[in-house]
Design a protein around this ligand. Structure first.
Ligand code: ATP
Length: 200
């Protein structure tokens, strides 16, 4: 089974690419969804986060108050490391389970959608790293058009992530998403052929 790490900056089109790959038969694993799952209400992960950071990181409904937690950890590297020590092993364990399930199901290609793959130096976990490459201005335009996020906020997120050349340097394969949705669909069809060849 070929393990593909799919990455790209905010609004580059990772979800669009992974859903097209899933329609071809790839098993898609969403790293952000796993990161939410391991600290969902009722989980041991959330209990540990609360014992480390206190009730102030809980929202009124008992879920994790991410902005409150973010305000604590992003101002203090040691606290960020404590949070990572709780969350990362759980994410790794759950990812391993999902990979094993994909393998057992006979999937030839598993695609792991990891927004911060390059930022976190995770290249070596995958057989192939695929980068979705989209000019910054288009990402700002698409995200502010399709989501409730002002252009300035998208620009700030872009500035906080890896830059284009760093990401491209980590890529084995690049999907250009600077064109229409139709163009993206045909690029993903090509990508799928390439991945199947490498899976053999
Ligand atoms: P994030 O990292 O924020 O989750 P993402 O990389 O998964 O983003 P998508 O959600 O797939 O990106 O795409 C960002 C937005 O751009 C979406 O609203 C999507 O519908 C739109 N989009 C993607 N590709 C194109 C395209 N080729 N033409 C026009 N709009 C597009």
């Amino acid at each position: 089974m070929l393990k593909v790490g799919l990455t790209g900056g905010i609004g580059s089109g990772k979800s669009a690419v992974s859903s097209a790959l899933s329609s071809y038969g790839a098993v898609v694993i969403d790293a952000d969804a796993i990161a939410r799952e391991v600290v969902a209400p009722g989980t041991p992960g959330l209990a540990e986060v609360v014992s480390e950071f206190g009730d102030r990181v809980l929202a009124a409904d008992g879920s994790l108050d991410r902005p409150a937690l973010g305000a604590i950890v992003f101002a203090d590297e040691a606290r960020l490391a404590s949070l990572n020590a709780i969350v990362h092993p759980r994410v790794a364990e759950r990812s391993g389970q999902l990979m094993a399930e994909a393998e057992a199901s006979g999937a030839r290609v598993v695609v792991y959608d990891v927004p911060l793959l390059v930022e976190n130096g995770l290249e070596s976990l995958y057989d192939v790293v695929v980068v979705v490459d989209t000019p910054d201005d288009l990402r700002v335009e698409r995200v502010s058009r399709d989501r409730d996020m002002p252009a300035e906020q998208v620009r700030a997120r872009i500035a906080a992530q890896a830059d284009r050349s760093t990401r491209l340097a980590a890529a084995d394969l690049v999907v250009d998403n600077s064109g229409s949705r139709e163009e993206l669909a045909s690029r993903v069809a090509e990508l799928w052929r390439e991945l199947l060849e490498r899976a053999d």
